[in-house]
Design a protein around this ligand. Structure first.
Ligand SMILES: Cc1cc2nc3c(=O)[nH]c(=O)nc-3n(C[C@H](O)[C@H](O)[C@H](O)COP(=O)(O)OP(=O)(O)OC[C@H]3O[C@@H](n4cnc5c(N)ncnc54)[C@H](O)[C@@H]3O)c2cc1C
Length: 311
């Protein structure tokens, strides 16, 4: 049996969440805890369960939209950033920053994660939403995910059980489940070539993503249907397989530069909503629903949020 060594008094109280998110909005959490090890992560979750306190895990807070009222429960920030390299495998804690994981993998001469150069957030957050770019995503490199189940049991998930698909995993439909760590499978590579690739990808990101407060892409790319009314623009990819890029739709709808309160639809990338530092979650929600309505009215396509709501 696993012994819990933590108490509710180990949690901070009434902590404003905005500073723990990249978009900088969100009210307070009743309870707040930063778990530096897997044991602390487990203990915090089990303590919350024992006291019947709702809980949620944050990684880097780069894909969450916290309400202005905050979260009535415990926010646990996963900071368990241990890692171990065994041949072509890396075992890493969910709280490791993805950029750090990329750095250690390249140092060990392992290739696979170069696409993630500049992608913010933690390994756990990336697994939860199957983060990716340049046609690659984290799920392709996962051999096993160790999870704390709502029952309190620890279980290892195979990639199939994780259900990785475009910006989604089965963990999104498993409330209370906590990603503790993962085993990644990479390949031997040439360090100099890996560094070149990373430099190229980081440069692309710097040129195509606005460097301001945001949660990255707010919307998933839209699923193409034959009822869609798409504009004809020969210079742009209209549908990638069955997906239509959300940023492109927002651009075509003339929404770049649109402002609402402290938020602006980025001129650089239409799927980024930028907070000038004064924005509230309520304003962001309003802007999101206006964009969705415009895209539906103009193109008969439904946009769905990629960002996760908290509170
Ligand atoms: C500038 C910018 C650029 C971005 N570019 C990209 C991109 O190119 N591709 C892309 O896919 N995304 C991108 N994103 C979005 C974001 O960075 C990714 O989705 C990232 O993987 C989220 O990780 P995180 O640790 O910040 O998760 P968080 O925002 O902390 O959490 C996101 C969700 O995951 C859950 N979660 C986090 N950790 C755990 C855990 N250990 N166990 C259980 N649940 C957990 C949270 O509860 C929440 O529901 C970008 C964001 C920004 C700000």
């Amino acid at each position: 049996m696993y012994l819990i060594v933590m108490n509710i008094t180990d949690f901070k109280t009434d902590v404003k969440l905005a500073p723990y998110t990249s978009i900088g909005v969100g009210g307070p959490a009743d309870y707040f805890y930063e778990a530096k090890t897997a044991d602390e992560l487990k203990d915090a979750v089990l303590t919350a369960k024992e006291k019947n306190i709702p809980y949620i895990i944050f990684g880097g807070g780069t894909n969450v939209l916290v309400s202005d009222d905050g979260f009535r429960g415990l926010v646990i920030v996963a900071r368990n950033n241990n890692y171990e390299i065994n041949g072509e495998n890396i075992d890493a804690g969910a709280g490791i920053v993805l950029g750090v994981l990329l750095g250690v993998s390249v140092k060990a001469g392992l290739q696979g994660l170069e696409w993630s150069a500049g992608l913010p957030g933690s390994l756990g957050g990336a697994i939860y939403g199957n983060a990716g770019t340049f046609g690659k995503s984290i799920g392709q490199f996962i051999e096993e995910v160790t999870v704390l189940e709502p029952s309190g049991d620890i279980r290892k998930y195979t990639p199939d059980e994780c259900g990785f698909r475009y910006r989604q995993s089965n963990f999104q439909n498993m409330p209370g489940t906590v990603i503790i760590s993962a085993k990644l499978k990479l390949q031997q590579g040439n360090v100099e070539r890996l560094k070149e690739e990373i430099k190229k990808n980081a440069l692309w990101r710097a040129q195509n993503h606005p460097p301001y407060k945001s949660c990255g892409c707010v919307f998933r790319n839209a699923t193409f249907t034959k009822e869609a009314r798409l504009p004809q623009d020969e210079n742009e990819p209209v549908a990638w397989f069955d997906k239509v890029p959300a940023g492109w739709l927002i651009d075509q709808a003339g929404l770049k530069g649109k402002k609402l309160g402290g938020f602006t639809v980025s001129d650089v990338h239409g799927n980024f909503l930028i907070n000038d530092g004064t924005g509230t979650a309520e304003q962001l929600e309003q802007l999101i629903s206006e964009i969705k309505k415009d895209i539906k009215d103009k193109f008969n396509l439904d946009l769905e949020e990629e960002v996760r709501r908290v509170g």
